[in-house]
Design a protein around this ligand. Sequence first.
Ligand code: GDP
Ligand code: GDP
Length: 472
Amino acid sequence: MSFTLAIVGRPNVGKSTLFNRLVGKKLALVDDQPGVTRDLREGEARLGDLKFTVIDTAGLEEATDESLQGRMRKLTERAVDMADVCLFLIDARAGVTPTDEVFAEILRKRAPRVVLGANKGEGSAADAGVLEAYGLGLGEPVRLSAEHGEGMADLYAALMPIADGFAEKAAAAEEEAPRTDITVEEDEAEELSAEAAREAEEAWRPSARRPLQVAVVGRPNAGKSTLINRIIGEDRLLTGPEAGITRDSISLPIDWEGVPMRIFDTAGMRKKAKVQEKLEKLSVSDGLRAVKFAEVVVVLLDAAIPFEQQDLRIADLAEREGRAVVVAVNKWDLEEDRQAKLAGLKEAFDRLLPQLRGAPLVTVSAKTGRGLDRLHKAIVKAHETWNRRVTTGQLNRWLTGMLEQHPPPAPQGRRIKLRYMTQAKTRPPGFVVMCSHPDKMPASYTRYLVNGLRDTFDMPGTPIRLTLRGQG
Ligand code: GDP
Ligand code: GDP
């Protein structure tokens, strides 16, 4: 799901210098023969975790005569047509020149996506030029210094949504084409975490028809089969505490109040087990499979014996695997003092599962069907939150407020600077903060930010990933 970036702009703005920095090798020819026209150069670029193809249009001498002017235009147009996105560079020290205006005009007409870069942006000599660049009508300029490697984090942030867009486009294209198996290059496969691999796979699946994948997990006798039966509305799962009923673990397609879902049933499996110890073991590995399958994990507790070790383990696993979590307390029909019980449950939840802060706690009775509407709502909401995207503008306004309210620490007298923030991914939401000294950031401050994100942007029930990135 890579894309192609063309670096365009008039001669001498620093295109080759930036190309070299992005590609990491001296691939762009240093032009030692004046007046020599060379072709477009391509290289594989890396910027943070973004990988893309970059085309360099540098190499033309200053266009003084008509034919050179024309050649420059042709070359640029060709690069624009080949590229998914153009990075248009100007020289911020020189300010916007008439030739820059000509380029801007070509790009506005021809290029589908343009990122404007104000290069040679190091130092105050570039301030005026950066401001002028706004006037080109190509959006907010990214202030860069290709030579000194400054502004790369901002460039990353500007390209990230575009890269994401291509992932989505690829998914849409797949919807029209017949499904083919996904192959991942071996060396790439190693780099992909389980979460990322799953996400890549998801991206290839047609989203419109994709049912919401739910797993109901919990200790034996919590009421999983009864609950799933209730939801399905027919007695397909055979409930009951007696062991010996053999059934394979499967996922069932359902339409729960108009929402297509697949429910992963772990209950049937454990009924194969006869011995108690074996039973415990089996339900753990079974739960593992279910968590891997699911988008939303419903941790079903027995109100009489809530938050047992096994429940805590599986809830923690779901969080670590990046799943949305809903905690459902079952057999609520048997409780008498419900208010006191609920308060106790909430307290235990906060204390025992702080990593799931904000996840919904729903009381249900699988037997009577009470509370299932609330469970449905909680599942749909958690899934929606899991897919939530917050705009870069919102995030940075929020970040400014958070920093003012509670400035980051200053280890050894040097304050950690948080410069910029963007959402890198969804499912679950992942954010990147560009900062100085990411290694010195205490976990408490990261928690402050994560909890703030959760509260401000209303994201209960989903894990939130926050990555700190140093500036290159
Ligand atoms: P191109 O013709 O657009 O490919 O430009 P080059 O990459 O060949 O750069 C033109 C000149 O600008 C070279 O002397 C570079 O060293 C210089 N240059 C490139 N980037 C920067 C920068 O960020 N700051 C400064 N001060 N000079 C730069
Ligand atoms: P599983 O092992 O998690 O699939 O649990 P089952 O669905 O087999 O239920 C275990 C036992 O708890 C059965 O006897 C159910 O009838 C009972 N049970 C399940 N849900 C409820 C409930 O909401 N209220 C009451 N009172 N009993 C329930």
